[in-house]
Structure formats: structure tokens, C-alpha cells
Design a protein around this ligand. Structure first.
Ligand SMILES: Nc1nc2c(ncn2[C@@H]2O[C@H](COP(=O)(O)OP(=O)(O)OP(=O)(O)O)[C@@H](O)[C@H]2O)c(=O)[nH]1
Ligand SMILES: [Mg+2]
Length: 245
């Protein structure tokens, strides 16, 4: 079926050859007619080739390595969307594809942003759970202090939004976005109009299905960089200390 749906499912990828085929099949079965765009950071393992060879409707954007970054890929994907809605999800099945329907339903009912919030996080190691909670509290305090909307899961990578609104947000805050970061939703909440309508959809966070994780403990530095001038100074200090040890 030709892709003529109202949404684009954006899949940022870096070396996901072990997951991409299964993910394309699952999404095409569940959402025939919706657009699928893989935003690949020039993976060395042939991820983009799998998308090109895929018989269904899926497109791949291969990005330049010099601008590598999960958040940058998400912003570029949203900017390239031509449908009223977009959905961002990981390609490793940690975000249940069945839940996209609920995110889209929330948008069709009038929400500007629909956020997938993790309930059961037992798939994460205790260290990851702890750092994610610290990062969430930091981000929540920052957003509240600046009277910006927040979420019960600012660190999630599973969310959907109204394309026109978020293309504007990205265009207007381009120079201030942490493109190399991992937490795009935090920046979108930081720079969106304060009165937007947000709906949350709960989901169980699954273990990664195949392949290897790309996240590093240093992600906390990029999250700090997202917390204004004070956060940037703290991040610079921590980076200097790490380089010395
Ligand atoms: N385009 C792009 N995609 C990335 C990059 N880093 C990670 N990704 C993709 O973003 C998604 C999330 O990355 P993961 O490595 O699974 O990060 P995570 O889910 O926080 O970590 P795990 O729980 O260990 O899987 C996956 O689809 C990755 O392939 C990047 O630098 N560029
Ligand atoms: Mg993952």
C-alpha cells in the first residue's frame, strides 16, 4: 500500500542491522499506509542498505558523520516530515510498536505532544535507573524554574507530535539545541510554547531485542549541557576532570 497516512514514524539508527528488518516488518504490518523514515548516522553495518532493499514503503536519510548525534537525527527527521504528525521511537524494540496507535490517537484528539512514559523500568540496570532518575529530576527542576511544560518521563525517547508546531520550535531554537545529545524531548520541552497540550501514554520498557546499546555513561554530561549556563559550566568542569584522570 502506498504511504498516504497522516503520520511519519521516525527511527533514528546507528548500527541496527540486527533489528531494522524486523522493525520495518512489524511497523508495516501494524500501520499499513503510514510513512516510515529511518534516520541513519551512516552506520558501518549496512543498516541503510536493509532499508533501501526493503520492498515496502520506507525511506532512509543517511546523515553526515561529522554531525553524528541521536538528537540531531531526530531534529533532522522532524524537519524532513511532510505529514501532520510524527512519531519518534528507538529501533531496538524497547518501545512497543503497538503503542504508536495510542500516541497518534492522542494527537488526533487534539494533543500537540504525546509522550510515551515508562512504567516498568526493570529492563535497565540499577545504575542506569539511578542516573536516569537523577537526570529526570535535574531536567524537571530546570523546566519548572523556567515555567516550561514537563513530563513524568522527560528522558524517554518515545514520543509523537504535531509536525508543524515542532518544525517551528526546531527552526527557531536551532543554535540552542544540544544536537549531539541523547535527550531530544528535553530540548523540545525547553523551547516549545508553554501552553501546549501534552498527553502521556504509559508503556512497559522492554529489553533491547538485538544488537548493542549506543548509550554511554557520559550522556549525563550532555544532559547537564542542556540545563542552561550553570549546567554548561558544570559539564565543562566534569569533562576537564575526566580528561585528567
Ligand atoms: N541516528 C542516530 N541514532 C542513534 C545514535 N545513537 C543511538 N541511536 C539510535 O537511537 C536509538 C536508541 O539508542 P540505544 O543505544 O538503544 O540507547 P538506549 O535505548 O538509551 O540504550 P539501551 O537501553 O542500552 O538500549 C536506537 O535506535 C539507536 O540505534 C546516533 O548517534 N545517531
Ligand atoms: Mg535502546
Amino acid at each position: 500500500m502506498a504511504a498516504n497516512g497522516d503520520a511519519t514514524i521516525l527511527l533514528p539508527t546507528l548500527n541496527e542491522v540486527d533489528n531494522i528488518g524486523a522493525m520495518l516488518r512489524t511497523l508495516t504490518d501494524l500501520y499499513p499506509g503510514q510513512n516510515i523514515v529511518v534516520v541513519d548516522d551512516d552506520s558501518e553495518d549496512g543498516t541503510a542498505a536493509v532499508v533501501r532493499e526493503w520492498q515496502g514503503d520506507a525511506r532512509v536519510i543517511v546523515r553526515d558523520r561529522s554531525d553524528r548525534g541521536l538528537s540531531a537525527s531526530i531534529y533532522d527527521g522532524i524537519s524532513a516530515c511532510t505529514t501532520p504528525y510524527f512519531v519518534v521511537m528507538d529501533c531496538d524494540f524497547q518501545h512497543p510498536p503497538e503503542k504508536i496507535a495510542e500516541l497518534l490517537q492522542a494527537l488526533r484528539e487534539g494533543a500537540d505532544l504525546a509522550i510515551g512514559v515508562r512504567t516498568d523500568r526493570s529492563a535497565l540496570t540499577p545504575f542506569r535507573r539511578f542516573s536516569s532518575s537523577v537526570a529526570h529530576i535535574m531536567a524537571h527542576c530546570y523546566l519548572s524554574f523556567h515555567s516550561q511544560p514537563s513530563s513524568t518521563d522527560i528522558m524517554t525517547g518515545f514520543f509523537a507530535g504535531r509536525t508543524e508546531l515542532f518544525q517551528k520550535v526546531i527552526g527557531e531554537s536551532e543554535g540552542d539545541l544540544e544536537r549531539r545529545g541523547f535527550k531530544a524531548l528535553f530540548d523540545l520541552l525547553k523551547f516549545c510554547p508553554p501552553g501546549i497540550v501534552i498527553r502521556e501514554v504509559v508503556f512497559d520498557f522492554m529489553p533491547r531485542k538485538a544488537g548493542e546499546s549506543k548509550i554511554s555513561p557520559l550522556v549525563i554530561i550532555s544532559i547537564l549541557r542542556q540545563c542552561g549556563r550553570g549546567g554548561k559550566s558544570a559539564a565543562a568542569l566534569i569533562s576537564r576532570i575526566i580528561k585528567r584522570v
